[in-house]
Design a binder for this molecule. Sequence first.
Ligand code: COA
Length: 383
Amino acid sequence: MDIGIDKIGFYVPKDYIDIVELAKARDVDPDKFTIGIGQDKQAVPKPYQDAVTLAASSADSILSAEDKKDLGLLIVGTESSVDESKSTAAFLMDLLDLPEDIRAFEIKQACFGATAGLMTAYDYISQNPDKKALVIATDIARYGIKTPGEVTQGAGSVAMIVSQNPRVLKLNHKSVYMTKNVGDFWRPTFSKTAFARGKYSNEIYVDFFQTLWDKYQAKYDATIDDFDTLLFHIPYTKMGTKALRTLDGKIDADKYAELTSHYQASIRFSRSVGNLYTGSLYLGLLSYLINGAKAGENLLMFSYGSGAVGELYSAEIQPTFAQGFDQANILKMLDDRQKMSIEAYEKMYQVEYENGTIVDPETVSEKFYLSEIKDNERLYKKA
Ligand code: COA
């Protein structure tokens, strides 16, 4: 039975900051941010948006009445959830009008969460072929103003429906993975912003990629010629570039040029959105599907979550892949965003909703929003 991604939805907040303006405000050479880090724009969420509302928005863009009827599993991967007990998935039940006879929960392992969800969904569909699973990656990536990580922030969400006979991507059930206790990035429960040993994280990421690629080749007797495209976890686009470069000189030059050109197509959206944390690999997938993919191509996907877990797996683009997402809407959403000044972004960044906050619906321009915090409980509304 073929199992994989049948539909993909994406949501990005309506505001962004320009990375050149950020560089100037931080007294940094803009080339460092645009070339050295590899970013152009950074999505900035509104204070009434969080992992729940971002998740609702991407899922809402793809869920049909038939999908809801067939749904048996909902997994949300996030490392910026709003509650230590209740899952983001439970909040979504009302917002998305989901039927109650589903198993819904949240997974956390830094940026690996969505891949953990996808693999769990694969197993679920293999046992329940008539059902569907919804996997959502949702995050707000925050390092703090004037920190080295500020240029690698971002926000957004990717939702994927997993089913049999998928229209977009068939997962080949060929996968290698590894876990190590590593202190490259963490966010203690008291903190809204992440702590990172950024350069160390880069080293571990590249090291995991090389180890897993060696493992994959040995386990499946594979070579690079088995793949048309390599997709990477791209919290900022330079990171994936570094992993890809490990192949330079080790594989045929034409093949390397082909992989590099496909990689460029996969990072276009990330360059203009920024870090989605666990959604980053899947934003790369969507970017590739819209900007370069061809039916029948074999992909090798590298997922990485600090802390650290890595997984390298293969997938095949289906002939019907273009039916699985709304290309026109996604491009329009990206184009229609508005630029914020660095000053306005800094001001908005400081806004912290406390118990007792009531959000005036007149100030809300999104469909899903946090409407109130009452008795320390977050309450959401659909406009
Ligand atoms: N023109 C072009 N490139 C320039 C430049 C210029 N004027 N000035 C610097 N650069 C390059 C550097 O050579 C470097 O490239 P390299 O990585 O290929 O060597 C890059 O820009 C970054 O410079 P660096 O001095 O390392 O930047 P930094 O100390 O500000 O830190 C990060 C950059 C990415 C480490 C930092 O933003 C960070 O910690 N981010 C969080 C990342 C993280 O941990 N994420 C978790 C991942 S899963």
